[in-house]
Design a protein. Structure first.
Length: 368
């Protein structure tokens, strides 16, 4: 018995290194934030964090996501270097006790003791299990960002554990500010896959004079060079309308300020899509609606995917199936300040109960 205890202690003493590879790291979107939260929390638990990337992105990670590290290192990206053979990569990963990964559909043999795939997108092609992949998966675990994603993975023969992300204290402990007549939406500016449907939000806003004559619509989010054409098309659609504002690549502090001022939050991802037949095209989880809820911004989300498990309609926010229902539900609260305050407070309390760092740490410890 004593020898077994000594073996356990010895194994624990070696659990010191955690690595991360995300092919989309420079996007610094929701999936990246999810994995980087895991990495930083592992660091708090005593692990030495490493990211495989050919550029040090620590400054951008801090500014955009407010995720900070004490001892983060960046190493050569062994996953894109053609001179690195699969066996060399296996041996390199053997140095790590935990390895975190978002798959672009490719898998590999990893020498790390514990390997975790973040299943961010319920897209079947990312998880097709050939005989070779099933062998590669023997020491991999899959972590889903929502029960919605988990259910689709199960249909494709992939077992996973749901791990919700956390919100930092700046969201959960934000001061109560007087809200302005602002409708806010936060999401990357791009027009493919699970697009945030910025153009539809602009159309709905302009069409409804009660909104366009009394409110400002602010669309904020990340913007990459390859999506510049899409962004320019949005500017053309807006034209000289003054109360629709586009805010690309806002800093973390500016984003907090927008949430503090906004009264309502719109989330149109998946608008008009059937989330059973096309789960990849709707919102898979929805971190920005949760951020809004934490900041007492009343969310209105399209009724598909992840938001369906986050929002109790009419209690801590609203779900809508089409434009008419959205406008009807907005109208029901716009002139009822008591109802606004009640729903906003319910939203805040829900985020506080389910998305604190303390809750997250407990769940992550069970996982690793």
């Amino acid at each position: 018995m004593k020898n077994q205890d000594n073996d356990k202690l010895a194994r624990r003493s070696r659990l010191t290194k955690v690595g991360l590879y995300d092919p989309y790291l420079d996007v610094l979107g929701g999936g990246e934030k999810y994995l980087l939260q895991m990495l930083s929390t592992c660091e708090e638990m005593g692990y030495q964090p490493t990211i495989f990337w050919n550029k040090n992105l620590q400054k951008e990670i801090s500014q955009r996501l407010n995720i900070n590290f004490r001892s983060l290192t960046f190493e050569k990206n062994i996953f894109i270097d053609p001179s690195i053979h699969s066996f060399q990569r296996f041996l390199k990963l053997k140095e790590f006790d935990v390895f975190l990964y978002i798959s672009d559909g490719s898998y590999f043999f990893s020498g790390a003791r514990r390997n975790i795939v973040h299943a961010m997108v319920p897209l079947k092609n990312l998880y097709l299990s050939s005989s070779l992949n099933r062998i590669k998966h023997l020491n991999w675990s899959f972590v889903a960002n929502s029960y919605f994603t988990q259910s689709h993975l199960k249909n494709w023969g992939v077992n996973s554990t749901v791990l919700y992300p956390y919100l930092d204290k700046n969201f959960l402990e934000a001061p109560i500010k007087k809200k302005e007549q602002i409708i806010l939406s936060v999401g990357r500016f791009f027009g493919h896959l699970h697009s945030k449907n910025h153009e539809r939000m602009i159309d709905v806003f302009l069409k409804n004079k009660k909104l366009s004559n009394g409110y400002t619509l602010i669309l904020a989010g990340g913007l990459k060079d390859e999506d510049r054409e899409y962004f320019e098309s949005l500017k053309e659609k807006i034209g000289d309308v003054k109360n629709i504002i586009l805010k690309p690549n806002v800093s973390y502090d500016e984003l907090l300020g927008l949430y503090l001022k906004a009264r309502y939050y719109w989330h149109f991802a998946g608008f008009g899509i059937n989330d059973v037949s096309h789960p990849e095209l709707v919102e898979h989880f929805g971190i920005t609606p949760i951020e809004a809820m934490a900041m007492r911004v009343i969310p209105f989300c399209f009724n598909a995917g992840g938001p369906k498990e986050l929002i109790a309609d009419g209690v801590n926010g609203f779900l809508f199936n089409d434009e008419a229902e959205l406008i009807e539900k907005m109208s029901s609260v716009m002139n009822d300040e008591k109802k606004q305050n009640e729903i906003a407070e319910n939203a805040h309390n829900y985020a506080l109960k389910n998305f604190s760092l303390e809750v997250y740490k407990q769940n992550l410890k069970k996982l690793i």
